[in-house]
Write a protein that binds this ligand. Structure first.
Ligand SMILES: Cc1cc2nc3c(=O)[nH]c(=O)nc-3n(C[C@H](O)[C@H](O)[C@H](O)COP(=O)(O)O)c2cc1C
Length: 652
C-alpha cells in the first residue's frame, strides 16, 4: 500500500506556528534513561533518535521536571537549571536531523513528588493529605508564596526548552495528578481560597501557569495541554466540566489539547490501559472536546495500529494521533505504515510488562516484543562474521525470536516445532479472556522469521536423527516447559486436570465446584474462564501459597483481573500451602494450622512449569555449541523468554 493508503495520518499538520510533517505523535513516557542529575543522556538521545528516524511527526518527550527538589522519577529529565540546556540541545538536534519535532512535557510532580524519598523534603499539593503510593507519605498544602514560586519555575523551564531548541512544550495537567492536574481536580483540590472551590477556581492555577509561561516564551511558542477529558471517578472532573473549561484554557494561550482520560491512582488502568481494554478508548472524548475548541486536538490511548490511527483521523475524532507503547514496540512504525508494511510492525499488546512493570521491579525499561528498547545505540545486531548453520528447537516466542535474530545477522537458520504451528505455550496464554491479541506476537515473530529466511519445520521434534540430518554448527534450545505436577500425597487423581489442558480445550471444561491449585496469572485466568457466565462451574476457589494472587503481573492488568474475579464470585485463598490432594479437594497449611478444603468436583493444577530440555545433553555430546533459552532454561514470562531468544540469536 502506498502513502495514499493512510492519507490523513501522513498529511501535514500545525500546532500554533509549528508545522509537522505528519499527524503521528509519540506520547510522553518516563524511561528513567536520563542521567541522575536530570540531564539528557546518550542513551536517551539514541532512544528518541530511533523514533524520529522511524518517521513520527512529533515526539513529546517524557516529563521534564521544573524543580530539582521535586523529582518525578529517580532518573527523570529536568529543565530546572540552565546547566541542563546544553545536553538537551543534543536531543533536539538529533530529533530534528530526521525531520521530526520535539516538545518536552513540563511538570512539577506536586503530591506525586519523590522528594520524601530522595531529598527528604515534603511533597506539596493543592491541599494537604494527598497520599503518595510510592513514598507512603501525605503531602502538605502548598503556600501562596510557593504558588508564586512554582509559576516562575514553569516559566523558566519553558524558556530553557526554547533555548534548547524544542519546538514547543506540553504542560501536564492530566490524570488528577502532579501539581497542575491536582489543582484542576476536585479529587485533590479542596482549597477554600481563590485556587479552590468551583471548576473555574480550580482552573486558576493552570491559567496563571500558562500566563507565566507565555510571558516568558512569547506568543509564538506552541503550548500543548495534556488533560483528562474525563477523570471517570466519582467526585472527579467529568467531560461536561472539561468542555466548560477548555475554551478558557484556549483563550489563555493553549495551542492544542492532548486528550487522555482517567486519574491516578484510583483509575490508573484508564491512563495506561492494559491488554484486553478497548482500542482507541479516548477517541469519543477527544471528538467531544474537538467540538468545544478551535485548536487541534490530539488523542492518546491504545491506538496501537496505524490503520486505527488513520480511522480516528478520517472520522474527524481528533487532529493528531498519539501513540505511546506502540512506538516502544516498533520505532519504525511510521515508516513501515507509510510503505504499507503493516504485518512487519511489532505489535503492542498492552502487556505493560517491559515498559512499566520492569521499571517498577527495579529493572530497565524494555518491551516484550522489542528487547532493543533503550539499547538503540549499542549496535546490537552485527552481521555474523561467518554465517553458520543454526538449528533452533521449539517455535515458542523464545525460539521464534532467536531464529529471526540469528537470520537477521546472516545465519542459515532452521526452526523445528513439534506441534503443527508455532507459538508454543503462548498460544494458550491467548485463550484467557481478553487476551486474544497475544496471538499478534506469534504472528509477527513468525512473519519476521519467515521474511528473514528462517526455514520452519512443524510437526517434528528435534532428536538425534534430526541432528544428524541437519548437521548444525550451533543449536538454540527453546523447547519450553512442561506443567508441574506436585509430588504430594493424592496427586494424579482422575479428577485432576492441568490448566494447560483446560485452556487448550483438550479436556471438557470442568463443571460443578472447582479448586484451582496455584494463583499465579495462569491460575487466576483459568479461574476466570471457568467462572464465566454460561459455563457450569458452580464455584471456583483459587488456592495460592503466596500472600497475593497474580503477583508479577502489570499492576493495571492485575487490578482489572481481580475486579473480574470478584464480579464472578471466584474465591481466593492466599497464604495457603498445598499439603495433600484428597478425592474431593485438598489439605492446605495456613496460618500455622491445617485446613481441609472439601466438596470439590475437580482440581485444576496451575502450579507453574519445569524446564523441558530433551536435547541439550544430546547435542553437547556431539560437540555442538548449545544455548538454552526461555522456559527450557527456567520457566518465566514471555518477556524474559523473548529477551533471551534475542540474546541467543544475537551472539550465536
Ligand atoms: C512506561 C510509560 C511511562 C509513561 N510516562 C508518562 C509521562 O511521563 N507523562 C505522561 O503524561 N504520561 C505517561 N505515560 C502515559 C502515556 O503517555 C500514554 O498516555 C499511555 O501509555 C497510553 O497510550 P498508549 O496506549 O499509546 O501507550 C506513560 C506510559 C508508559 C507506558
Amino acid at each position: 500500500m502506498s502513502r495514499a493508503g493512510l492519507p490523513h495520518l501522513f498529511s501535514p499538520a500545525r500546532i500554533g506556528a509549528l508545522e509537522l510533517a505528519n499527524r503521528l505523535v509519540m506520547a510522553p513516557m518516563a524511561t528513567d534513561f536520563a542521567d541522575g542529575d536530570g540531564s539528557v543522556s546518550a542513551k536517551l538521545v539514541d532512544y528518541l533518535r530511533a523514533r524520529a528516524q522511524g518517521g513520527v511527526g512529533l515526539i513529546i518527550a517524557e516529563v521534564s521536571g521544573v524543580d530539582a527538589r521535586h523529582p518525578y522519577t529517580p532518573r527523570g529529565l529536568g529543565l530546572w537549571s540552565d546547566e541542563l540546556v546544553h545536553a538537551y540541545r543534543r536531543l533536539t538536534d538529533a530529533v530534528h536531523a530526521h525531520g521530526a519535532r520535539i516538545m518536552p512535557q513540563i511538570a512539577h510532580p506536586g503530591p506525586d513528588s519523590l522528594a520524601p524519598l530522595l531529598t527528604g523534603l515534603e511533597a506539596v499539593g493543592p491541599s494537604a493529605g494527598v497520599p503518595n503510593s510510592l513514598t507512603r507519605t501525605l503531602c502538605r498544602e502548598i503556600t501562596l508564596e510557593e504558588i508564586e514560586e512554582a509559576k516562575g519555575l514553569f516559566a523558566e523551564a519553558a524558556r530553557r526548552a526554547r533555548e534548547a531548541g524544542c519546538d514547543g512544550i506540553e504542560l501536564h495537567a492530566a490524570h488528577a495528578y502532579l501539581l497542575v492536574g491536582s489543582f484542576l481536580s476536585a479529587l485533590r483540590n479542596r482549597r477554600t481560597d481563590r485556587y479552590g472551590g468551583c471548576a473555574e477556581d480550580r482552573l486558576l492555577f493552570a491559567l496563571e501557569v500558562l500566563a507565566a509561561i507565555r510571558a516568558r516564551v512569547g506568543g509564538d511558542f506552541p503550548i500543548v495541554l495534556r488533560i483528562s477529558a474525563d477523570e471517570l471517578v466519582h467526585g472527579g472532573r467529568d467531560l461536561r466540566e472539561t468542555l466548560y473549561l477548555a475554551p478558557r484554557l484556549e483563550a489563555a494561550g493553549v495551542d492544542a489539547f492532548h486528550v487522555s482520560c482517567g486519574s491516578y491512582p484510583a483509575l490508573s488502568w484508564r491512563v495506561i490501559p492494559p491488554t484486553g481494554t478497548p482500542l482507541g478508548l479516548n477517541t469519543a472524548f477527544a471528538a467531544a472536546l474537538k467540538r468545544a475548541v478551535q485548536v487541534p486536538v490530539l488523542v492518546v490511548g491504545r491506538i496501537n495500529d496505524p490503520r486505527l490511527a488513520e480511522d480516528v483521523l478520517a472520522r474527524g475524532e481528533a487532529d493528531l494521533v498519539v501513540m505511546g507503547r506502540a512506538l516502544l514496540a516498533d520505532p519504525q512504525l511510521a515508516n513501515k505504515a507509510r510503505e504499507g508494511r503493516f504485518e512487519e510492525i511489532a505489535p503492542c499488546i498492552g502487556c505493560g510488562l517491559g515498559c512499566v512493570a520492569a521499571r517498577e521491579q527495579g529493572g530497565d525499561m524494555t518491551c516484550l516484543v522489542n528487547p532493543e528498547v533503550g539499547r538503540e545505540g549499542e549496535g546490537l545486531l552485527e552481521p555474523a562474521s561467518r554465517p553458520k548453520k543454526v538449528l533452533v528447537a521449539g517455535a515458542g516466542p523464545a525460539g521464534l525470536m532467536a531464529a529471526w535474530t540469528a537470520a537477521r545477522r546472516g545465519h542459515e537458520v532452521s526452526l523445528f516445532e513439534r506441534e503443527d504451528r508455532p507459538g508454543g505455550l503462548y498460544n494458550l496464554a491467548a485463550v484467557a479472556e481478553g487476551k486474544q491479541e497475544l496471538t499478534r506476537v506469534v504472528q509477527y515473530l513468525s512473519g519476521q522469521a519467515a521474511r528473514a529466511g528462517v526455514r520452519l519445520v512443524t510437526g517434528r521434534e528435534v532428536d538425534a536423527a534430526v541432528l544428524e540430518e541437519e548437521a548444525p554448527e550451533a543449536i538454540i534450545v527453546a523447547t519450553g516447559g512442561e506443567p508441574c505436577v506436585p509430588e504430594l500425597p493424592g496427586a494424579g487423581g482422575s479428577n485432576q486436570l492441568c490448566a494447560a489442558d483446560v485452556l487448550g480445550g483438550r479436556v471438557p471444561r470442568p463443571a460443578g465446584r472447582v479448586l484451582v491449585a496455584g494463583g499465579g496469572t495462569v491460575g487466576c485466568e483459568v479461574a476466570e474462564l471457568l467462572a464465566a457466565h454460561g459455563y457450569q462451574s458452580a464455584e471456583v476457589l483459587v488456592v495460592e501459597k503466596r500472600e497475593a494472587v497474580a503477583a508479577g503481573m502489570f499492576h493495571e492488568a492485575r487490578v482489572l483481573l481481580l475486579e473480574r474475579l470478584a464480579a464472578r464470585g471466584v474465591r481466593l485463598l492466599t497464604g495457603a500451602r498445598l499439603r495433600e490432594f484428597t478425592p474431593d479437594g485438598a489439605v492446605v497449611e495456613r496460618e500455622g494450622g491445617t485446613e481441609r478444603l472439601r466438596g470439590f468436583d475437580w482440581i485444576v493444577l496451575a502450579l507453574g512449569a519445569r524446564p523441558r530440555d530433551p536435547l541439550g545433553a544430546e547435542a553437547r555430546k556431539l560437540g555442538i555449541a548449545v544455548r538454552v533459552v526461555g522456559d527450557a532454561r527456567e520457566p518465566r514470562r514471555a518477556l524474559e523468554a523473548i529477551a533471551e531468544g534475542f540474546e541467543a540469536g544475537r551472539v550465536v
